[in-house]
Structures are given as structure tokens and as C-alpha cells.
Design a protein around this ligand. Structure first.
Ligand code: FRU
Length: 488
């Protein structure tokens, strides 16, 4: 379906409740629908926003266009959880209903201030001649879930910024507030991250400077920047658009990257002694990830699984995208590790042991499963997931523990997507060592944690068969388990 501008920006109150109910039913009945990840009740979901711990609950919001699978007038939907796994939908939280956000309540973050949650995000305004004016705006969310917006923006478009100035990430260090914001410079249309500072969260906000990452050129725009501490290591997570591939090799249309350093100097906005720039996720669709430090200092991460400017098969069912599971971040041997939160194990139901020289693992496994396997050294082959009995169609995990390679291949799924960006993603493993994989399938989403989260491969896949198997293409020396997972 083609959307006109008018249709995409029609005010929410001009849509009927019946229209929304129909869209919700359509999404819910989709064979591709996720059952234990955050997904849109209807329409399109994109970036996670406002990931925080407030009033005894984890909060995450998401960018939403509830009326179809298109990037229309955006709002924030709110989800809350006690364990970062079972999420409850609290509905529309930030509606695009002020002048500053007339064309979308865009991405932003949240931080607890006093007994309220302060939301800092981008108001996207367009003038009658369709000129975009970005505002960084603020709102208070109280313990009853009421949202009160500030009357004035926190930060207006500065002279150095083009119309692309958005996605503030708010945090606090030594009783001072900071915001990292993505920007395209006006002067040369190149992207960067900038740092602002305030003594009061409601302002005034002062410009500190562009963040010095040691990288000369970050492409034409940086979206969704984050700065978090991972076991004391300053970690920048961001999405540079149009980045040249000699900075870091990537295959997705836009990468979501991570850059760690030795320390971060807040007066000069400098990441000291930056390490190697890396992909956050080695799979297909992770973007706009948001991380934050919980009250105990632990860093948590959640991502949009979907990419801008791509279409997905569920578009025809008028819904699109999902969020990843939440990951806990740690630093081990000088490296970032991402692992499932402990409560993910509470989803486990019926189990089955995988042990020995194994080929067929499980018939009728379905697509709502977790597979944890250690594949011994010297093994080469393919682990088929969500496959047909003949192992002709499905998702393939090709492993070679002798030469240290792992390939996620979605070319033989029923509806391969974004094929112009390649249907395989490959990572290196330690040579001649066993590999441990923890794989989650949720109907159309795969998440693979490699060697306890040293690397992660996430992707959407679209297979239709109702009768699905998990199998090795040949006998493989392996041990582990398979679980059916409950709905959240
Ligand atoms: C990233 C992004 C953000 C923006 C939001 C709008 O996916 O483009 O830069 O704030 O989505 O929905």
C-alpha cells in the first residue's frame, strides 16, 4: 500500500477505534507474530526509547506508528516489567500533540529525577512548506503514569546543526545532567555526536562540544547515540549513517556500532584511548539500540530489530518490527559481552536433551524455542532451525569449529528479506575450539549468543511451514538442550 503524506501525518484522533481494533487483530493473528518479545500491538514499531528503572519497574517505550506499516506520525508506547522478560503494555504514553512534536514525538531517553521519570526526546516539527525543525523537549511521567510536557523546548536547533538533530540520551554523572545528541553539521553535512550539560534537568542546557571519538568521519548523520559505563568502561553505542566501510566492515544498510575507550572526559567531551570500532551485533537487523545504567550500575541494552528504509513481509499485514530481548552488558578479558538476563530462563517449558553424535534434534520443534548447544572442536556442518523435514527450507547456522567460522544464512527461508544486503552474516570463532551457542527463536526472530555473549547474531526470518524441525545436516558431536518457551 502506498501512503500519502497526508495519510501518514493524520492526527491520531481522526482514526477510528474500529480501525485500530482491526489492525490489532490482524497483527495478533499473523503467523509471523512474536510471542515473547515486545512487538507493536498494531502498526509499526521502531526505536526503543526511555529505557529506565522507575518506581519499582523496568520501563521501556518504543517509537510507534499504530495505523500501519509505515513511518508515519510517531508516538511513544509504554511497556513495564518486573523482570525484564515479562512486559505489560501500558499503551500510548507520549502522543504527538504539541506544536513542537506536531510531526512526531521522536526518540529519546528517560532518567529518574526525584519521584518522577523525566523524559527527554526529540520533537519533530514541520512548517507549512515542510521544513523540518527539530526540538529537544522534556516531559515528566509521574507514578500514576500521567505525562506532563514542559511548555518550552529544552534545546532548540543550534546554528551548527542541520535539520537532523535528534535522539538525546540523558544521564547523570556527579549530580550533573548530560545529554548526548546525534547531529548532522550544517557546514559540511557530516554526522557527529554532541554533548550537552545542565545542572537542572529542565535546563538551561549548555553545549559542551562535539564528542571526540578519534574517528574523522562518521558519515552524514549519527542516530541514537548512547554513552554508558560497562563495568567501568565508557561505551558509546550509536548508528552512523553513510559511514565508509574501511572504518568498520558492515553489511546492513546502516550499522549499529560500539566504541569503547579507557575513560571519558566530560569537560572536553573526549573518549580517551578509543579501542577498535565494532559492530554491536553480527546479524541482520539490529538498529537504534538503547542502553542505560540501572541504579546498581549494571548496563542493560535493548534494540530495535528492524532497519530504516527496508520493507519486511509483515508490511502486507499492516504491522512491522519488534524489539530484541534485553541484554545485560559486561566486560570480560577486555571485551564487551552481551547476555540474556537471568529471568529469560523463566520462559523455559518442556525440555529435551541433546547429547552425543546427533543428527535429528527435534521434530515439531516449532518456532518458540531455545536451543543451547556446545558443538565440539573439529565439527563442520549445518544446524537447521525452523526447517522442513527434508532440510531444504529453513534458517541455517553453518559452523566450522576447526577453522573457526560461524555463518547465519537466511537465504533458504520462505521470504528472504533485504537480499540486496546479503543473506548471510559470518563471524570468526576461536580456531579448533568448541563453540557454545544459545539460540532463541520467536516465530520470525532469531537471536544467537555465541560463547556466552562474546558475539551476538540477531535477525528476522520468515518461514511458513507449520511443522518445523531442528536438525543437524549430518551427525555432529554436540551436547545441550532444547526448550519450548512460554509466551510472555
Ligand atoms: C532512528 C530514527 C531516529 C528518530 C526516530 C523516528 O530509527 O530515525 O533518529 O528519532 O527513528 O521514529
Amino acid at each position: 500500500m502506498e501512503w500519502t503524506r497526508e495519510e501518514r501525518y493524520r492526527p491520531y484522533d481522526q482514526h477510528s477505534a474500529l480501525e485500530l481494533l482491526k489492525l490489532q487483530a490482524q497483527a495478533n493473528n499473523s503467523e509471523y507474530q512474536l510471542r515473547y518479545h515486545i512487538r507493536p500491538t498494531s502498526g509499526l514499531l521502531n526505536d526503543p526509547n526511555g529505557f529506565s528503572y522507575f518506581n519499582g519497574e523496568w520501563n521501556v517505550f518504543y517509537q510507534s506508528f499504530p495505523f500501519g506499516a509505515t513511518h508515519g506520525l510517531k508516538s511513544w508506547m509504554r511497556m513495564v516489567s518486573k523482570d525484564l522478560v515479562h512486559w505489560e503494555n501500558r499503551g500510548l504514553a507520549v502522543a504527538p500533540d504539541t506544536k513542537f512534536e506536531s510531526h512526531g514525538a521522536y526518540s529519546g531517553s528517560a532518567h529518574v529525577v526525584g519521584d518522577q521519570l523525566f523524559l527527554m526526546y526529540t520533537g519533530n516539527h514541520r512548517t507549512a512548506d515542510w521544513t523540518r525543525i527539530p526540538y529537544q523537549v522534556g516531559a515528566w511521567l509521574d507514578q500514576n503514569g500521567e505525562v506532563k510536557k514542559l511548555k518550552q523546548p529544552l534545546i532548540e536547533q543550534p546554528a551548527f546543526a542541520s535539520e537532523h538533530f535528534r535522539d538525546p540520551q540523558l544521564f547523570e554523572v556527579n549530580e550533573k545532567y548530560y545529554a548526548v545528541i546525534g547531529v548532522q553539521r550544517q557546514s559540511d553535512e557530516r554526522g557527529e555526536m554532541v554533548l550537552y550539560q545542565a545542572d537542572q534537568v529542565t535546563g538551561p542546557w549548555q553545549f559542551v562540544g562535539p564528542i571526540n571519538t578519534g574517528i574523522d568521519d562518521l558519515g552524514y548523520m549519527v542516530e541514537c547515540p548512547n554513552l554508558v559505563m560497562v563495568d567501568g568502561v565508557p561505551t558509546l553505542i550509536f548508528c552512523p549513517q553513510g559511514l565508509v566501510k574501511d572504518e568498520v566492515a558492515y553489511q546492513n544498510i546502516y550499522p549499529n556500532l560500539v566504541l569503547q575507550g579507557e575513560s571519558f572526559d566530560f569537560t572536553s567531551a573526549t573518549l580517551q584511548k578509543p579501542c577498535k570500532l565494532q559492530n554491536l551485533d553480527a546479524g541482520f537487523d539490529v538498529y537504534a539500540s538503547q542502553a542505560f545504567n540501572a541504579p546498581d550500575g549494571t548496563a542493560y541494552l535493548i534494540s530495535w530489530v528492524g532497519l530504516p528504509d527496508l520493507t519486511y513481509p509483515t508490511d502486507r499485514e499492516n504491522w512491522a518490527n519488534c524489539l530484541s530481548q534485553v541484554k545485560v552488558l559486561h566486560q570480560k578479558n577486555g571485551q564487551l559481552y552481551q547476555s540474556p538476563v537471568p529471568a529469560m530462563k523463566s520462559l523455559r517449558g518442556k525440555s529435551q536433551i541433546i547429547d552425543g553424535q546427533v543428527a535429528a534434534v527435534s521434530d515439531h520443534a516449532g518456532q518458540q524455542i531455545e536451543v543451547e548447544v556446545t558443538i565440539e572442536p573439529n565439527q563442520q556442518g549445518t544446524l537447521w532451525l525452523a526447517a522442513d523435514q527434508a532440510l531444504k527450507r529453513g534458517l541455517q547456522v553453518k559452523f566450522d569449529t576447526q577453522n573457526g567460522k560461524l555463518i547465519l544464512d537466511r537465504s533458504l527461508t520462505d521470504e528472504p528479506t533485504a537480499v540486496e544486503y546479503g543473506s548471510t552474516r559470518e563471524i570468526n570463532l576461536p580456531v579448533n575450539e568448541a563453540v557454545k551457542l544459545r539460540i532463541f527463536l520467536d516465530h520470525s526472530l532469531v537471536e544467537i549468543f555465541v560463547n556466552d555473549g562474546a558475539q551476538v547474531m540477531t535477525g528476522r526470518y520468515f518461514t511458513r511451514q507449520s511443522d518445523q524441525v531442528v536438525a543437524f545436516d549430518q551427525p555432529t558431536q554436540v551436547h545441550g538442550s532444547l526448550w519450548q518457551l512460554n509466551k510472555m
